[in-house]
Design a protein around this ligand. Structure first.
Ligand code: NAD
Ligand code: ZN
Length: 350
């Protein structure tokens, strides 16, 4: 093999067995583009597949390439591709649905049962030098939007979708529970949508500091497992309950607190995914008409996320705290496992 033909790739063989290996460079099929990968962010789910070998019913049964928060340069066009050209800089929306089922046809393609999502078993991700993807799930980046920002459109899209489902609008008070990367993108999108006050909870002081830096108006350090105590602390800080709560920790006491801390007639959006079965104050939610809504990833949110970043209305740059080269991906994953920083980016291009 010629050196320039090599395709260094991060492959998860099974739990705790992440290897860097050379694979062939893939060729694009009809409607696809070959991509020279640039930046790939590490997501909590990538780390979880590595440390646990599974997330719920998604089990790593065969070697799987990790990575799904990515940007790239188009290096080859498959037959029929007219929307992109070689050299275009793109953000990659990692999930490609079937396009023909009822969910797809009605626009809720994130719910498609045939979804092929990068680094969700059995589908490969894109933490590699080269990768092939459907051209219509690649979004051209303006010159002034960096590859790191392009990769960050993935978590940002989760924030766009969650705040859409929550109905965040002008003048709302919004509670964001959990200040990990997903909580942080929800702070950014809630603010951009006109929320007048965003209050953020976490059990970790360092994460709350970052929340403040990116625009949270109030922060509450959670120190009790009693959800009513936490909800009261939130209400004390706001002077009232929140109009909308976006739960981004998945922790049971936090979901409970989100319900108690939301105004009657308000909305709680469940973003965090923790235990399968959680005890919740459903009578409290029921008699106060607090709507509880789930979200799953996003649909039709990449263009919005890109427009917000390109216009400067949302600044995601400060989320990146660590940078590694593709060769050092295992080191990058070790840093992520230790819980260091916020977003760890891996540079794949040279
Ligand atoms: P993360 O683990 O980095 O962040 C979670 C944060 O919650 C941490 O800062 C943690 O300290 C905090 N926390 C823990 N217990 C808490 C409590 N009782 N009260 C308040 N805060 C508490 O994870 P992340 O990458 O930010 O993702 C957040 C969650 O969103 C995860 O559960 C992830 O699986 C989920 N997620 C869901 C979707 C979806 O489509 N629904 C998409 C992406 C991520
Ligand atoms: Zn479908």
């Amino acid at each position: 093999m010629n050196m320039s033909d090599l395709n260094l790739t991060a492959v998860l063989y099974e739990q705790d067995d992440l290897r860097m290996e050379e694979r062939p460079i893939p060729e694009p099929g009809p409607g696809e583009v070959q991509l020279k990968m640039q930046q790939v962010g590490i997501c909590g789910s990538d780390v979880h597949y590595w440390t646990h070998g599974r997330i719920g019913d998604f089990i790593v049964k065969a070697p799987m390439v990790l990575g799904h928060e990515a940007s790239a340069v188009v290096s080859k066009l498959g037959p029929g591709v007219t929307s992109l050209k070689v050299g275009d800089r793109v953000a990659i929306e990692p999930g490609v649905p079937c396009r023909v089922c009822n969910y797809c046809k009605t626009g809720r393609y994130n719910l498609c049962l045939e979804m092929k999502f990068c680094a969700t078993p059995p589908y490969d991700g894109n933490l590699a030098r080269y990768y092939v993807h459907a051209a219509d799930f690649c979004f051209k980046l303006p010159d002034h939007v960096s590859f790191e920002e392009g990769a960050l459109l993935e978590p940002l899209s989760v924030g766009v979708h969650a705040t859409n489902r929550a109905g965040v609008g002008l003048g709302h008070t919004v509670l964001v529970c959990g200040a990990g990367p997903i909580g942080l993108v929800n702070i950014l999108t809630a603010k951009a949508k006109g929320a007048s006050t965003v209050i953020v909870t976490d059990i970790d002081e360092a994460r709350l500091k970052v929340a403040k830096e990116i625009g949270a108006d109030h922060v509450v350090k959670v120190s009790s497992r009693d959800a009513r105590v936490t909800a009261q602390a939130i209400e004390d800080a706001l002077g009232d309950k929140a109009d909308i709560s976006i739960e981004c920790s998945g922790a049971a006491p936090s979901i409970q607190a989100a319900i108690y801390a939301t105004k009657s007639g308000g909305v709680v959006v469940l973003v965090g995914l923790g235990q399968e079965i959680v005890e919740l104050p459903v009578v409290n939610a029921g008699v106060r008409e607090v709507d509880i809504r789930g979200i799953f990833r996003y649909a039709n949110c990449y263009p919005t996320a890109l427009a917000m970043v390109a216009s400067g209305r949302v600044n995601v740059k400060s989320l990146v705290t660590h940078r590694f080269q593709l060769e050092d991906s295992v080191k990058a994953f070790e840093a992520a496992k230790r819980g260091e920083g916020i977003k760890i980016m891996i540079e794949c291009g040279r």
